[in-house]
Design a protein around this ligand. Structure first.
Ligand code: 13P
Ligand code: SF4
Length: 359
């Protein structure tokens, strides 16, 4: 059996969806400077703050930082947007991140540079099919990954992110709960193996992380034996098996900063290199391979939907107030419950850690 085969996943057909080509915005210095200046003015005029994911274009990440906004993983983006006083949140990332911001802040206006920025995990888990799946397993606690629509979250007991999933599932397992997990089967399997929880997995995958290859990664490690291997848990098991650190985007950046190694092989979207380089400028970062020798690119690790975000679209969104995220009040009232559960859980965990340190 192939090492990447997961046998306990329910046998759901994977939906076919249209994946856009990965086209990053190309700007010359003059246009970049002009757009940056205009966006600064518009953010101030609109009482807006820019919140960007680590996988977005470095221009957007730099601008978010320079204007009092924030660059982070999906959980911290939600937390920052919730706590920040700005009336308008501009979310540079993919649609579920904008929806999460809106669900947590129904009174705020949430804009995105491109509402077509989707996610294969979200697209691969349609709400009606997911609800039917949940109905078949009423004895299970429903835990969904952040990378899902508002309607899927509304059907869940818990929402988790890659940085919090292990702790939440460990907690539920200790309470004797059986879990229904969606949508990422690789992350779900990683959590299942590491917690021992009884988990039934939806058959979804991230088209970016799924492309990392264990065999090619092993070959790269052989040529850099001192390198530490950092892997996002949306990757296949054969890739995770070679990791020194498995973690969320924030956890992988922290690893580059804190581990004593000089060289790192990184299996996640290459957008993260901007922040990693900033965190540890003297370290060498290598992209994990996504394909064999016959392929046309050695690493294609960039999310085509994240690449839809850019300065031109951001400026246009702020000029017009277009691309506003809409979630009905009725849906938001249900979807907020699993999100708040996670935020409360992670706050309580932090308090516990501080308590232990104080003792
Ligand atoms: P994080 O929660 O680690 O930011 O990951 C989100 C994501 O989409 C990874 O592909
Ligand atoms: Fe979704 Fe994968 Fe893109 Fe993350 S990298 S937003 S999981 S498609």
């Amino acid at each position: 059996m192939n090492a990447d085969t997961i046998t306990h996943t329910v046998n759901l057909p994977l939906p076919v969806f249209l994946v856009p080509p990965t086209l990053n915005e190309r700007l010359d210095d003059a246009e970049r400077a002009a757009l940056t200046a205009e966006i600064r003015t518009l953010l101030a005029r609109e009482n807006a703050v820019l919140v960007a994911h680590y996988y977005t274009n470095p221009d957007l990440q730099a601008l978010a930082e320079a204007t009092g906004g924030y660059v982070s993983d999906s959980l911290d983006m939600a937390r920052f947007g919730h706590e920040h006083p700005a009336q308008t949140l501009v979310v540079a990332g993919v649609r579920f991140m904008g929806e999460t911001a809106k669900i947590l802040n129904p009174e705020k206006r949430v804009l995105m540079p491109d509402l077509g920025a989707e996610c294969s995990l979200d697209l691969g888990c349609p709400a009606d099919q997911f609800a039917a799946f949940c109905d078949q397993h009423p004895d299970r606690t429903v835990v969904v990954y952040a990378n899902t629509s508002a309607a899927v979250k509304a059907r869940a007991d818990w929402m988790v992110t890659s940085g919090s999933a292990l702790d939440v599932v460990r907690h539920l397992h200790a309470e004797g709960k059986k879990i229904l997990w969606a949508p990422d089967r690789y992350l779900g399997d990683y959590i299942r193996v590491n917690t021992g929880a009884d988990m039934l997995l939806w058959n979804g995958a991230c088209i970016v992380h799924e492309e990392f290859k264990g065999q090619e990664l092993a070959a790269l490690i052989a040529t850099h034996p001192q390198a530490k291997v950092l892997v996002h848990p949306e990757s296949p098991p054969s890739v995770i098996a070679l990791a020194d650190v498995v973690g969320s985007t924030s956890q992988l950046i922290a690893a580059v900063k804190t581990l004593p190694a000089q060289t790192f092989i990184v299996a996640t979207d290459r957008g993260i290199f901007y922040k990693m380089q900033q965190a540890a400028p003297d370290k060498i970062l290598l992209e994990a391979p996504t394909a064999g020798d016959s392929a046309t690119c050695r690493s294609c690790a960039h999310c085509p939907w994240m690449a839809m975000n850019g300065l031109r679209k951001l400026a246009q969104t702020l000029r017009t107030g277009g691309n506003e995220i809409q979630v009905s009040a009725e849906l938001a009232a249900r979807a907020v419950l699993p999100i708040k559960r996670l935020l409360d859980f992670s706050t309580a965990q932090k308090q516990q850690v501080f308590g232990n340190n104080d003792a």
